[in-house]
Design a protein around this ligand. Structure first.
Ligand code: M6R
Length: 610
């Protein structure tokens, strides 16, 4: 999604803004702009990459301010209202102020009509311009930036993080947020504002997160928060990962680096949850899950896919009924929810708008909520009744990989603890399963990733395909759904995941000679059934690349054109190895096709609009 950066201090602001925008590039964007403070504001914005903006600045678009200004705001825009053009790019400025915005203003049309009637003219198609002009009108009337920002907040509907500079306040930045992330940080040379942590990391590891609807005022010597009752204070948060972790570190893509970090992420995530060799979440909602009637997992995209495999683990081992829901559906379908079925939210970013709304819906209905997030201090983490952190480290690539694996591993551990508490497995088995997840799973993932050359060879077979199908049963179908999303997301090849037994109920009509079909089979209980579905595909000329285990090889390998035997038989661990292989396979297909792997078209890392 969009990115915000702001700085006021003693250093020239331009390089800081441009560096911050580059650090936020991974969120996805299609135009960029900056506004520099002074008694007249200089605003420069361009469609396209940050380099286009840099060229404009180098050509003198901001005049001498490029060197002299020490206060300003910057933005990368991911188009929602209106195409990616110079006019629609942020900042949106009036003679009094310049404003940047992440999110969506839902009452934009009504505001536009009102402001046009008051004499304002609009030059862009964006919803943001109405916020800029409304603020201009309020500030013009009251002259007090804090009151004006609070007044603006009272008039806007939707989700927003806004940063503003006023022409008559040349060294100050004002900001406010609702349902969209924003942080403020103090560095030795000035203060910073950003929509995400990577933008502040070169300067400091400590930051503040303002509450919803609070005005943040940044001056070179400090950050102040205000609500309608006056000044507020906030605890200082600390970033628990290094700058190097948010850098590519010699890899050509963040995605490749990050999928290789999944094994260590699993170790770091699970080890704090083990006490005397058994799972201990230290959180009543999860440690007492065995007493519940069931659970709902609500999430989006890849996080929802981690929920699918988690459901299989929890139902199979702990016999706990689990419903997995797409957050954007859950929030609007008037779900029947009750206090004896807690809602578990999964989210890497903890900022996904639909997941956050689902959390609020559950809470409003008196349902206990827990969240598994990768970003501590995120909105979902702050609002859920109970929070567990995955320690995957920062995930920069739009395609989520290590976050999936750590979420799924945590759900597998939850299945062990719940099964043990229900008396469905004895202590010896609980210990063995816990050990397998904490010690063997990371090793098995490492072994899978080490077989990159085999996956590159498979990728070469898929790179020219128009359509790819993934088939599997049970837990392997869960793996297929994730593998298929990853392929289409980064390689732009159309792909579908099907429960293998469902293929002949319609989709098999699409199988013709040469169509690639990826079959995943790690569960010996259904391997013979998958093998028979593979034969159905081959009979129609489909080309099968299979992923199996030593335990399923006898059924699977003879029916495949190409086969990778994963070196892991455990039916909890092996599907996660299969997903790692599918992630790596998708990566190499996208690489061979020359795709922009870390920033796939039309996508954003953190989806903060619904
Ligand atoms: O930050 P979240 O985990 O809540 O994000 C959810 C989805 O937007 C995300 O997983 C998306 O599907 C990824 N781009 C998939 O790789």
């Amino acid at each position: 999604m969009c990115g915000i950066i702001g700085y006021t201090g003693v250093k020239p602001v331009c390089p800081i803004l441009l560096g911050g925008l580059r650090a936020l590039e991974y969120r996805g964007y299609d135009s960029a702009g900056i506004a520099l403070s002074g008694c007249t504001l200089a605003t420069v914005k361009r469609a396209g990459r940050i380099s286009v903006l840099e060229e404009a600045l180098a050509a003198g678009a901001a005049g001498e301010k490029v060197e002299s200004a020490c206060c300003g705001i910057g933005h990368t825009r991911w188009a929602t209202h209106g195409a990616p053009t110079d006019e629609n790019a942020h900042p949106h400025a009036t003679p009094r102020l310049a404003l940047v915005h992440n999110g969506i203003i839902e009452n934009d049309r009504a505001l536009r009509r009102e402001l046009e009637a008051a004499g304002y003219t609009f030059v862009s198609e964006t919803d943001t311009e109405s916020a800029a002009k409304l603020l201009d009108s309020i500030y013009g009337a009251c002259g007090d930036p804090v009151a004006a920002m609070l007044g603006l907040d009272g008039r806007l509907s939707g989700a927003y993080a806004l940063a503003v500079i006023f022409a008559d306040r040349p060294h100050e930045i004002y900001a406010i947020r609702r349902d969209s992330p924003l942080i403020a940080a103090q560095s030795p040379d000035g203060v910073l504002l950003a929509s995400d942590i990577p933008a502040i990391l070169p300067y400091t590891r400590s930051y503040y997160r303002p509450d919803e609807g609070e005005v943040v005022r940044l001056r070179a010597d400090g950050i102040t928060f205000f609500d309608a009752n006056g000044e507020k204070t906030h605890p200082l948060c600390t970033v628990n990962w290094d700058v190097e972790e948010a850098e590519r570190g010699g890899y050509s893509h963040f995605m490749r680096k990050e999928l290789g970090e999944a094994p260590e992420g699993v170790r770091r995530t699970l080890s704090p949850l083990i006490r005397d060799g058994l799972p201990h979440f230290g959180m009543p909602l999860l440690d007492d899950l065995h007493e519940k009637k069931g659970m709902r997992i609500v999430a989006c995209g890849t996080a929802m896919h981690a929920g699918l495999i988690g459901r299989t683990y929890l139902e199979r081992l702990a016999r706990l009924p689990v419903a997995v829901e797409i957050a954007s559906e859950f929030r609007y379908r008037d779900p029947i929810i009750s206090a004896d079925e807690p809602v578990l939210l999964l989210s890497q970013s903890g900022e996904t708008a639909d997941t956050l709304a689902a959390l609020r819906l559950a809470k409003a209905n008196g349902v206990p909520t827990a969240a598994i997030v990768n970003v501590i201090g995120s909105s979902v983490a702050r609002e859920a009744d109970a929070v567990m952190a995955t320690h995957a480290g920062p995930e920069i690539a739009v395609a989520s990989t290590k976050a999936y694996t750590t979420q799924a591993a945590m759900l597998a551990l939850l299945a062990v603890s719940t099964a043990y508490a229900r008396g469905l497995i004895d202590e010896q088995e609980a210990r063995a399963r816990t050990d397998a997840l904490c010690r063997r799973l990371p090793e098995a993932l490492e072994e899978t990733i080490a077989r990159e050359a085999e996956l590159e060879a498979f990728a070469a077979r898929l790179a020219e395909a128009e359509h790819v199908f993934y088939i599997g049963r049970g837990v392997d179908y869960d793996a297929c759904v994730e593998g298929s999303l990853k392929l289409k997301e980064i390689s732009y090849i159309h792909s579908e995941a099907y429960a293998a037994g469902e293929l002949k109920h319609g989709t098999i009509s699409l199988i013709e000679p040469g169509v690639p079909v990826l079959a995943v089979s790690t569960d010996p209980a259904v391997a013979a059934k998958v093998a028979s579905n593979m034969r159905e595909v081959r009979a129609r000329g489909g080309e099968i690349i299979a992923f199996c285990t030593p335990a399923t090889e006898a059924d699977i390998a003879p029916n495949a054109d190409f086969c990778m035997v994963l070196d892991e038989n455990d039916t909890t661990l092996a599907p996660l190895c299969a997903v790692s292989a599918l992630h790596l396979l998708a990566y190499h297909v996208a690489r061979l096709r020359g795709c922009d792997i870390d920033k796939p078209r039309n996508l954003a890392k953190s989806v903060t609009v619904e």
